[in-house]
Write a protein that binds this ligand. Sequence first.
Ligand code: ASP
Length: 338
Amino acid sequence: MEFAGSHILSIDQFERPDIEHVFSTADTMEPYAQRRRLTKVLDGAILGNMFFESSTRTRVSFGSAFNLLGGEVRETTSFESSALVKGESLRDTARVLSGYSDVICMRHPVAGSVKEFASASRVPVINGGDGTNEHPTQALLDLYTIKRELEARDRKIDGLRIAMIGDLKFGRTVHSLSRLLCLYEKLNVVLVSPGELAMPEHLVDQLRAADHQVTVTDKLEEGIQHVDIVYSTRIQEERFPSTEEADLYRGKFRLNQAIYTRACEPNTVIMHPLPRDSRQEANELDMDLDTNPNLAIFRQTDNGVLLRMALFALIFSVADQAERYSRELNWQPARRRS
Ligand code: ASP
């Protein structure tokens, strides 16, 4: 794929060598993300961060990634405070905002909306999540995390055994991740959800067509027994017709240390796109897992910055110039712990 000037809208744009290119570029971003050096390679560039649906991690990590490359960030963070509420079309908004920015990251509650927006944008657009459809950068950072976690255990992505758990119907992160896994070989994919929240049929078919072994179950402990990665997800209550309906499924697949010890192989990695729903009635990933070294959820969020830096660097064709425009910091990072 040609990264320079491209929109990033769907995982379907990528082939395996593209993914490897993104991952090796992400590796080179570590000195800047870890504040060992400072680069100004995107000095003067402006990111328009347009989030028309709630977001913390994705929005802030896109912004931080752009800042870490030396660029500036402008944000619109709610539907209500944007002109969309006055009836402006997505295409008009795109024409206008693309005159103010060099790249736009966008999240919107309607599936397909970011693509429509991109069709009228004069600058590259990155999909930060469009309804239940896709969240391509989350899937990339998830797979980047999986790769790093597996490498630490002398394993590769090919042959991976993964269980995806929870709301597989509305969860866009598992939709994008499933598409991405189709680029790899001989995987064992276990889909654990209530029948009503099962992975869409076309994605299950796509996984099977990629020659992966797919098991569909509603039994948590059976599903997580023989896997390398447990990928838990949140019940996407904002996509349900009512809270009462979401309540029917909340808390059905709680993972805690006792269940982990009983059911999982030693060193099974635990991931979640976050936010984890920690309310008592949900408690998807119990806090008692926080001291388990295999809980990778915060390594996952740190990796998100590297991955998003890599995408910006590739879109602006500066991946090999970050070092040239770098220097030492003239301040000491005031971090209290790693
Ligand atoms: N943060 C992820 C998303 O935006 C997962 C979630 O919200 O549950 O899709």
